[in-house]
Design a protein around this ligand. Structure first.
Ligand code: IMP
Length: 178
């Protein structure tokens, strides 16, 4: 275990098992809908790669870049799009793939932004959910794990651009960021 991680919440096998279940649920609901999966960069890159491999139907993938917390551990709510969509989503079924839902401010902004492009539908698939910290009403249709109010890293999630490559999800020791 990395020295800055205090506790491992989900090891690679836990993550894969849950993603296989999510993939089966999404396949059942979308196999005839030709959806576009839109991953929110950068944190969801690893989840997107594993989730799409758990889907048993043809699907299109896209990426949206948004500004992150920088070196802080909570969202300011000021979301900036750093990489826009590369395709037209009008009339298409969209699944937004996110690493973690915290205050909800990012996804609240992003779903509003995507609605402006007139998709047929939008649903959210988040790997992690921290409901205790919610500030905006966001209701993910697909959710991997509910976690307590702690700052987590690994499996794509970072603190100040570090720890994304850890294969597990763990709680970052508070002394690392305080
Ligand atoms: P929200 O706008 O507060 O819901 O924040 C969503 C974004 O904040 C996520 O996509 C992550 O990039 C980041 N984030 C929130 N909580 C954590 C965490 O515990 N670890 C790492 N990144 C986090």
């Amino acid at each position: 275990m990395h020295k800055d991680v205090g506790e491992i919440l989900f090891n690679p096998a836990d993550i894969q098992t849950r993603i296989d279940e999510l993939g089966a649920d999404i396949t059942a609901a979308y196999k005839d809908k030709n959806p576009i999966l839109i991953a929110v960069l950068k944190g969801s890159f690893m989840f997107m790669a594993d989730l799409t491999r758990a889907l048993d139907f043809p699907c299109q993938i896209e990426f949206l870049g948004v500004s992150s917390y920088g070196n802080q551990t909570s969202s300011t709510g000021a979301v900036k799009i750093t990489r826009d969509l590369g395709c037209d989503i009008e009339g298409r079924h969209v699944i937004v793939v996110e690493d973690i839902l915290d205050s909800g401010l990012t996804l609240n902004y992003l779903t509003g932004y995507l609605q402006g492009h007139k998709p047929a539908s939008i649903e959210i698939c988040t790997l992690l959910d921290k409901p205790e910290r919610r500030k905006a009403d966001v209701f993910p249709k697909y959710k991997g794990f509910t976690i307590p109010d702690a700052f987590v890293v690994g499996y794509g999630l970072d603190f100040a651009e570090r720890y994304r490559n850890l294969p597990y999800i763990g709680i970052l020791k508070p002394e690392v960021y305080s």
